[in-house]
Design a protein. Structure first.
Length: 365
């Protein structure tokens, strides 16, 4: 993999292991109608963000639903006989809607996208742009005005244990509301992407609010009705036959709002997303008695950022900016959260000796 790939994007299903249980993270989309797999702070400057009553354990979900559901939509994507549904939220009053790439990628090559609003209207939409690497996309409906826009929260205000509400269309059931808490922060989750590739949910918000197929692209909000994450994947436990059990098990993951906003703003402004780029190819290596674990540099792009910084094939990268590196996903996460032109410190070992390099990241779409 070439893990060299931003707007300022803070710090992405695959296999995740916690407490000895193998858990498969599956995308929360619906294909052909069948499932495929506190103390609240109001963010300054968030229009219409009015704190709603609740307790330290739960949000007043009725009030949150009344305030937020008008901004949440059900998205249908078709291409020939294939079709699927997911969710999205209105982020600009002139018709821009944020969702997951995997919700609409089916329609990216000659297909069609339509949007069902909370009031029952269905209108066609076009794909403004998408970012398969972070599993985000923006679509737009034309001929609409003064659409109700969801309020944005801030990732820095999100706390473990705070109550949240998830809104979307699981199994195509529009206007569905579930509630729970933020179970954990800063999860990096690998999910299936386009063309057999993978996407990363970086610094994902983990929640026990039910995230089922069809919730993808919807809204995870705080008690003030502010968007704090874009639900993108839920986990399932493998059954005895090796497949995955269906249904929510209280392990859902949402892309953090700061990252989603930065990517969607860039898509609206330019139609695409530019990621930071190291310019090397890597594989993960385990630790041994004589060698720390990390990622092995298989090759380096001539005159690329890594090469210019002095990194060589055979080096084993052990940390970036002081944070330990244990897998290629750690490097990929940097390319999704840093900007081209940013300088990062890369620590490595070479022939048993330690070294470091200052890498000025390049740009790659």
């Amino acid at each position: 993999m070439d893990t060299g790939s931003g707007a300022a994007r803070p710090s992405g299903g695959g296999w995740v292991t916690w407490v000895g249980i193998a858990v498969a993270a599956v995308l929360g989309a619906v294909v052909g109608g069948v499932a495929v797999s506190s103390n609240e702070q109001t963010a300054a400057g968030s229009p219409g963000a009015v704190p709603l009553p609740g307790t330290a354990e739960t949000c007043a979900a009725t009030g949150v639903a009344d305030a937020v559901l008008p901004s949440v939509v059900t998205i249908s994507a078709t291409n020939g006989q294939a079709g699927g549904t997911g969710s999205g939220e209105i982020i600009r009053s002139e018709g821009y809607i944020l969702t997951n790439n995997h919700v609409i990628s089916l329609a990216a090559d000659g297909g069609q996208v339509s949007v069902l609003f909370n009031d029952g209207r269905t209108v066609p939409a076009v794909i403004t742009g998408r970012d398969p690497k972070s599993d985000l996309a923006v679509i737009k409906v034309d001929g609409q005005s003064n659409l109700p826009v969801i309020a944005f929260g801030k990732s820095e205000d999100v706390q473990v244990g705070q109550p949240v509400v998830a809104l979307g269309a699981p199994l195509g059931l529009s206007n569905t509301v579930t509630s729970g808490i933020v179970s954990a922060l800063d999860r990096t989750i690998e999910v299936p992407g386009d063309d057999g590739q993978t996407a990363l949910l970086v610094s994902a918000v983990q929640t026990d609010a039910a995230i089922n197929p069809g919730n993808s692209g919807g809204a995870l909000v705080n008690c003030a009705g502010e968007l704090i994450g874009v639900p993108s994947a839920g986990a399932s436990i493998p059954d005895s036959s090796g497949g995955s059990s269906s249904g929510d098990i209280g392990l859902g993951f949402a892309i953090p709002v700061d990252h989603a906003k930065a990517v969607s703003d860039e898509i609206i402004d330019t139609g695409t997303v530019t990621h930071a780029f190291f310019g090397f190819s890597l594989i993960t290596v385990p630790a041994t008695q004589n060698q720390p674990g990390g990622v092995y540099v298989r090759s380096v792009v001539p005159n690329g950022p890594a090469a210019q910084a002095g990194i060589q094939p055979g080096d084993i990268i052990t940390s970036i900016d002081g944070s330990p590196v244990s897998s290629t996903n750690d490097i990929a996460a940097v390319t999704l959260t840093k900007n081209p032109g940013d300088i990062v410190k890369v620590d490595y070992t070479r022939n048993g000796k330690t070294g470091s390099a200052q890498v000025k990241l390049g740009a790659q779409q």
